[in-house]
Design a protein around this ligand. Structure first.
Ligand code: ENP
Length: 266
């Protein structure tokens, strides 16, 4: 019926299992959460309703129950580089992206929708954003983005892809529409932007150019202290794991000569 993929098979087991994995293994610092109650709050947001009329507020109870503190200086926003950002954040060990919070972890990479006049899930198909903006998945991520932005504090980071077609900063997107407007100015000391190109990719955007300039201007106009760095080295190191021979991946020769020559064999 719809053009999009249907609900992920075994959604209930995956979500409840992820919830327990998160509170017991990934990030026990969040304390006790009732994972079955979270699941109920989650599906009650969209089952037995018109799948094209789901609003972020429908997930309010789910977000209230799953909310936990986001450590200061650990927030990392992103666009167009999900796999890179996943390895960089290291499941909240280094940074805590939205996908590394309990509420983001719960739904990451999954798909879901209900059916009107039925308490079942639709495993056949779900509406795409083009078919209807108010679908259950987008409503969830809108509320997730707003909640995450509202609870971010200290130094806030943004990792953008300088090789993305159409620009590193999509001027319409989750970051632009559901995160920036919900950041709390008085809790945020600085916004650090990193623009990293794909190793083989074109250099479409950089700090001070095109859409990155638009982002910098927007954040400054909102009163933020903004810095921007191109091809931030720690992220380059990660990219270089998969491209060790690329010229961009040669380590600069600042190490002492003996260290560069390697171990002395005698
Ligand atoms: P995409 O299109 O690269 O990736 C979407 C994929 O990431 C989907 O598999 C989605 O799970 C999962 N995902 C994780 N976090 C988000 C998210 N936060 N979101 C939508 N999908 C998310 O990502 P986008 O659309 O550009 O969104 C990036 C935004 O996420 C940035 O604003 C960043 O700061 C934020 P699923 O369940 O849809 O399969 C908000 C919207 O964290």
């Amino acid at each position: 019926k719809w053009k999009g993929e249907g609900t992920t098979q075994n959604l209930e087991s995956i979500s409840i299992g992820r919830c327990y994995d998160y509170i017991r293994v990934v990030n026990p610092a969040v304390g006790e959460k009732n994972c079955s109650e979270l699941w109920e709050a989650f599906i009650n947001a969209f089952i037995n309703k018109d799948p094209c009329n789901i609003l972020p507020q429908d997930f309010e109870l789910f977000f209230k129950l799953s909310l936990h503190p986001i450590p200061a200086d650990k927030s990392l926003f992103w666009e167009n580089n999900q796999l890179l950002v996943n390895s960089f954040s290291d499941r909240a060990r280094r940074y805590m992206t939205l996908g590394d919070t309990l509420f983001g972890f719960f739904g990451d990479f999954l798909n879901w929708c209900g059916k009107e006049n039925s308490t079942g899930l639709d495993y056949e198909s779900c509406p795409t954003a083009a078919e209807c903006e108010n679908n259950a998945v987008d409503a969830f991520w809108r509320m997730a983005s707003m909640t995450y932005a509202q609870h971010s504090s200290g130094v806030v980071h943004v990792l953008l892809n300088g090789s993305a077609e159409g620009g590193a900063y999509p001027v319409r997107g989750f970051f632009a529409d559901y995160e920036i407007p919900y950041l709390q100015r008085d809790k945020i000391s600085q916004i650090v932007i990193w623009v990293v190109d794909d190793i083989e990719g074109p250099n479409i955007d950089s700090c001070g150019y095109n859409t990155v300039q638009i982002l910098e201007d927007r954040l400054k106009a909102l009163g933020y202290d903004v810095t921007c760095t191109d091809n931030y080295e720690p992220v380059m190191f990660l990219l270089c794991l998969d491209n060790p021979d690329h010229s961009k991946c040669t380590l600069s020769s600042s190490a002492p000569a003996a260290a560069q020559r390697g171990p002395i064999s005698s």
